[in-house]
Design a protein around this ligand. Sequence first.
Ligand code: ADP
Length: 162
Amino acid sequence: MNKTAVYPGTFDPITNGHIDIIKRAARLYDTLYVGLAVSQEKKPLFTVKERLGFIKQAAEGMPNVRVEFFKGLAVDYVRSKKSMVVVRGLRMISDFEYEFQMALTNRKLADDIETIFMMPHEKYAYLSSKLIKEIVYLGADASSFVPDFVEAALRRKLKKHD
Ligand code: ADP
């Protein structure tokens, strides 16, 4: 059986926590699609092109990881990849309610697709894209939370708001 999984998300921007999940999932599946969900609702800081570029750079050297964007429902994207697996990351209890709701909604939409939750290394368990943007905006160094190229881009982007 060819095992393919999809890790969908906003990745605004990708953090070391997301990368940890990508590495773990890529060990379990033959092919892992990292699917960037295109949604204006969340008012992302980075464009789709920028976010895709960061993910691709972060996934360099991971031969079974493919990076794409998708529009519409995650379950439709998963089906289009002939996959039955959605990978999501669980950090703390605070993620649980939202992820639970999302997984059960997706199950209602597509009963044949399972959501698999993975926990990152504990050193990444508190990282979120949102907090990283806030601390860089306030002048802190985020180099231990995101790859260097993301940190540089955050600095460039958030400087405009000084
Ligand atoms: P969303 O898809 O909800 O907009 P993100 O793009 O931030 O959120 O995250 C995609 C997935 O990765 C979610 O399941 C989220 O819980 C998970 N995730 C985010 N940050 C981390 C982290 N530091 N460690 C592990 N998983 C994470």
